[in-house]
Design a protein around this ligand. Sequence first.
Ligand SMILES: Nc1ncnc2c1ncn2[C@@H]1O[C@H](COP(=O)(O)OP(=O)(O)OP(=O)(O)O)[C@@H](O)[C@H]1O
Length: 228
Amino acid sequence: MNEPVLHLSNICKTYNAGRPGEVQVLRDASLTLAKGEVVALVAPSGAGKSTLLHIAGLLDSPDTGEVEINGVDLTGLGDATRTRARRAQVGFIYQFHHLLPEFSALENVVLPQLANGIAAAQATAHARDLLDRVGVGARASHRPAALSGGEQQRIAFCRAMANRPSLLLADEPTGNLDPETSDQVFGVLMDLVRDTGLSALIATHNMALAARMDRVLRLEGGEVSGAV
Ligand SMILES: Nc1ncnc2c1ncn2[C@@H]1O[C@H](COP(=O)(O)OP(=O)(O)OP(=O)(O)O)[C@@H](O)[C@H]1O
């Protein structure tokens, strides 16, 4: 296997531990994502996909277990270090685009780069290139509300890629679109991921989309397995 970009080992996560309503979501979840690999994460609803993606993306911490990104164990580090690592190395895509409504498509892709200290001219050129590559360059000056669901999601892909992450985490990235648009927009995402050579963990309920990825992992009973 190529050098791992993401390595989760023996992750456990329980919400409301020791209190009424305790939910043990992850019991012993482990997975490894090699450089350039695109992996589907398939799970029944409520099995803990979002929890796993949030832990992998350093948005949440496991109770026990380790999260390594590009060979660095980030588990026990402070919030500031984890936030820096997340901003530099991880891109997120959600089922809903979550674009900032008062900004244009271009600005939505430029702003995360400015927050990471990239100069405005360079950030703008990179954002334009990304928007062109996903076929929405002509809509760069439009606000999200003026765009279709598929276009909004393409812009969310560009925003996730804006800071050139090495790891992309996506939670049902086309789950909000009709089947035909979903299929088409998923193809755009795969092309962008392959072109940039980044590793991606993509949660989906759609087995046809899962079959287009390199590997399929299943999350069930708090553990990850390779067999579906
Ligand atoms: N902050 C929280 N406090 C308590 N329970 C939570 C919390 N977040 C999630 N849960 C519970 O943990 C379980 C897993 O939630 P999670 O959102 O990770 O599942 P999922 O697989 O992404 O589900 P879906 O496919 O329906 O989006 C669910 O039973 C959920 O109710």
